[in-house]
Design a protein around this ligand. Structure first.
Ligand code: ADP
Ligand code: MG
Length: 359
């Protein structure tokens, strides 16, 4: 017999005033796995989380934890008996309780009966020396660590986190994300983390659930979402993108970079050819008029630099193609600031290009 998934969400639907906000959402999270529910503000992420937590009720669909029914049309296990932990953006520590009592809050017998577990968790979030402090004596990052310890103290089977890092100083976030991830992995709980930041999902997730207007439009490992997006919007969610548009003629589409194979698309269909800025390669037009350099798997287009900016880790160069006057952006590692008006050749790696029907 195979083990059921830790968290199994099946066909969850929820409408407010007739408008579906969560629309046939299904996914699974295994123990020890971090899944990120990723999508723009208002797409239904928090509503999904609230239903799983039991503070809102679905119109249809079911939720199982370790194969046990938590919530369907007839069963409704109350929130406090779901063994599901919660951590929200405002950490909501109890201001009148010291750190040790905050962390012990969900444990039968409080700190007295659970001193070792509380001390161990606080040590692991590097807050051991603050065990007797009060929340107002702590920085935002420190409060966040205490909140994490509190959420993990009862050993929840599933931990739900709603934008848990968004209240923190930008510079602190990556460090705290990494520490949090390490602790979550040690504890081995299943984690469902809600975020609208692709960077956060890429950094934290084993599995990304990309959500749009109440639906999950793509799910998989970060690598798959970045390198095999389902549509133009999904591609554009993870980075800036360049889009060449064209019309299919005999399974081929003409672009300034030559013809693209667009198999399976009917004649006359409009397509978007999508390239991330780091996948445009640049070469100077040394000979002025020389023949286009041919890159392996690619064809070159001549273009004029219209603007170049230094962004710190990389430079962003804006071009206008000779053919078609299309604006394109390329990123180059380090400092690369050609003056406006410079003519260059742009090449793209065909294996890095996505072709979608016009959306
Ligand atoms: P997200 O967390 O992805 O930003 P939410 O799940 O909070 O999105 O909200 C999704 C949509 O549902 C929003 O348009 C929001 O206004 C609406 N919504 C959420 N809760 C309620 C509610 N209790 N009553 C009416 N509309 C709601
Ligand atoms: Mg939300």
């Amino acid at each position: 017999m195979t083990t059921p998934p830790r968290l199994d969400v099946q066909n969850l639907t929820r409408a407010f005033g007739g408008a579906p906000v969560v629309d046939a959402v299904s996914f699974q999270v295994e123990a020890g796995q971090v899944a990120c529910l990723l999508g723009p503000s208002g797409c239904g992420k928090s509503t999904t989380l609230r239903i799983i937590a039991g503070v809102d009720i679905q119109d249809s669909g079911r939720i199982l934890v370790d194969g046990q029914m938590i919530c369907d049309a007839t069963t409704r296990v109350p929130p406090e008996r779901r063994a599901i932990g919660l951590m929200f953006q405002d950490f909501a520590l109890f201001p009148h309780l010291p750190v040790r009592e905050n962390v012990a809050f969900g444990l039968p017998g409080g700190f007295k009966a659970n001193g070792a577990r509380v001390a161990d968790l606080l040590d692991r979030v590097h807050m051991g020396r603050h065990i007797d402090s009060y929340p107002h004596e702590l920085s935002g990052g420190e409060q966040q660590r205490v909140a994490l310890a509190r959420a993990l103290a009862p050993r929840p089977r599933v931990l739900l986190m709603d934008e848990p890092f968004s209240g923190l100083d930008e510079r602190l976030r990556d460090g705290i994300r990494d520490e949090t991830l390490a602790l979550l992995k040690e504890e081995g709980t299943a984690v469902l983390l809600v975020t609208h930041e692709p960077h956060e999902a890429m950094r934290m997730a084993d599995q990304i659930l990309l959500m749009r207007r109440g639906r999950i439009v793509q799910q998989g490992a970060p690598y798959n979402l970045y390198n095999a997006p389902v549509d133009r919007q999904a591609a554009g969610f993870f980075s800036d993108i360049n889009v060449l548009t064209g019309r299919v003629q005999g399974a081929l589409t003409d672009t300034p970079f030559g013809q693209f194979l667009t198999p399976g698309m009917p004649d006359g269909a409009e397509v978007d050819i999508v390239i991330r800025p780091q996948h445009l390669k640049l070469d100077f037009d040394r000979a002025g008029q020389g023949p286009a350099p041919t890159a392996e798997n690619g064809t070159a287009a001549r273009a004029l630099v219209t603007r170049a900016r230094y962004l710190g880790r990389e430079s962003l160069v804006e071009f206008r193609t000779d053919q078609g006057g299309i604006t394109l952006h390329a990123t180059v590692p380090g400092v690369f600031l050609p003056p406006a008006g410079t003519t260059m050749w742009l090449m793209l790696r065909r294996d890095r290009v996505f072709v979608f029907p016009r959306g």
